[in-house]
Design a protein around this ligand. Structure first.
Ligand SMILES: [Zn+2]
Length: 409
């Protein structure tokens, strides 16, 4: 560690020399200010920049435009340090930890792993900023072309779109006027998540196999309508138009099928088996108490075979004197009736398709669970969306592309 420490110092010295060699952003005595005036060279000004090799003082040519009444330092643009004393390398590290753990933990990791001294507040601010930039970079990539990454040109046999939602704890101001499940004012807001992955083959047992590295994620706290546009754009980027079969895996929530009708008409809709089972288990516990298990397991078998009519029969035979429990039974009957055709799991499995991805569940946990739902955390809408944008970027293998695009601009 001591050697590394001194290597940092040596490196910092080299970086200092490179950055302050001949070109310090001097472009003659006058430059165009951008508004048609001539800005005059004034002097070289020094700026303290924190880099991955420690602090470096960077000399930059300072120009002044009198008509505009402002200073110009074009070197800051070139070095990507406009309005910040943190180098892009440092900010990149901050965004990395900030999207994965609490800002406090991130600050400690940076110190331990990289010898970087920053505050938790700085980690927060930089991560949010990067998250917002990542969001606009990703949404700018229009369905028409100009996408951030590869567009598949060959046919995709099976193209999956999975959805899920999960509550994110918010600061009180962000849930005003929204009712909670238990309280008059909600404490959380629903983050909507979507993932896309592809499948080409099945294994020797006939089980579906997800294509390696084929999963990408999008997510945000927003209306179903806005989210529909988001997931559609991602689907197009991933090669929706080359898909032979489009499959949508959802939890059965109506907003998902609404998005489908709008953006993915003709897609094969499947209720994620995991969610269907959850509905059975919750109802069984409510009606049968501690005796719930055998009954639920018999229903799971019916689900596995896709015998939804038999399952409905079992639901109809449930008896209870309590009106509230009766209402819950009716609700589930409605759920299984409405979604029956999306639950033919036996047939779907025979066709070698995924019926419960696990991918979306896992995504939910890593995108929202880990960084956003730790105890004591409360988010602003802006902050939560910025961090999930950053997290999705990473999980979709777009982190490098994002930084490349920054360098290119
Ligand atoms: Zn000017």
């Amino acid at each position: 560690m001591a050697i590394r420490e001194s290597m940092h110092q040596v490196g910092g010295g080299i970086l200092d020399k490179i950055l302050n060699a001949e070109d310090r952003g001097y472009r003659g005595t006058q430059i165009d200010c951008g508004q048609g005036h001539a800005a005059e060279f004034v002097e070289y000004r020094s700026k303290q920049v924190q880099t991955v090799l420690g602090p470096v003082a960077v000399e930059r040519a300072y120009y002044c435009c009198r008509p505009c009444g402002r200073g110009l330092v074009s070197r800051d643009q070139e070095l990507d340090i406009v309005g910040t004393g943190l180098s892009p390398g440092v900010r990149r590290m901050m965004g990395r930890v900030g999207s994965k753990e609490s800002f406090q933990e991130g600050q400690q990791d940076l110190k331990q792993l990289a010898g970087l001294e920053v505050t938790a507040k700085q980690v927060e601010r930089v991560s949010e900023q990067l998250g917002q930039q990542a969001e606009s970079w990703r949404t700018k990539a229009s369905p028409a072309g100009a996408s951030p990454a590869v567009v598949a040109l060959k046919a995709i046999p099976k193209f999956y779109i999975g959805y899920d939602g999960t509550g994110v704890p918010m600061v009180p101001g962000e849930t005003e006027g929204r009712r909670g499940k238990q309280s008059p004012q909600a404490k959380t807001r629903e983050a909507k998540l979507g993932c896309i992955f592809t499948q080409t083959t099945v294994d020797q047992q006939g089980q579906p196999v997800r294509d390696a590295d084929s999963t990408s994620y999008v997510g945000a706290i927003e209306t179903a309508e806005a989210f529909g546009v988001r997931i559609y754009a991602e689907a197009v980027r991933r090669g929706l138009h080359n898909a032979q079969l489009v499959i949508v895996l959802g939890d059965g929530a109506p907003w998902i099928w609404t998005i489908d009708d709008e953006h993915f008409p003709g897609a094969l809709q499947i209720v994620d088996l995991y969610h269907a089972r959850q509905h059975v288990a919750e109802l069984a516990k409510l009606v049968l108490g501690s005796e719930w298990k055998p009954w639920a397991e018999a229903r799971y078998r019916q689900l596995d075979e896709g015998k939804i009519e038999s399952l409905l029969g079992a639901l109809l035979r449930l008896k209870t004197p309590q009106p509230a429990v009766q209402a819950a039974i009716h609700k589930e009957i409605h759920y299984f009736q409405t979604n029956a055709e999306r639950m033919r799991y036996g047939e779907l499995r025979k066709r070698g398709l995924f019926v419960g991805s696990g991918v979306v569940e896992a995504g939910c946990k890593t995108i929202v669970g880990k960084p956003l739902k730790q105890s004591g955390m409360h988010w602003t809408l802006r902050g939560a969306n910025a961090i999930s944008a950053l997290r999705c970027l990473d999980l979709s293998n777009l982190w490098e592309d994002f930084w490349e695009s920054r360098r290119a601009s």
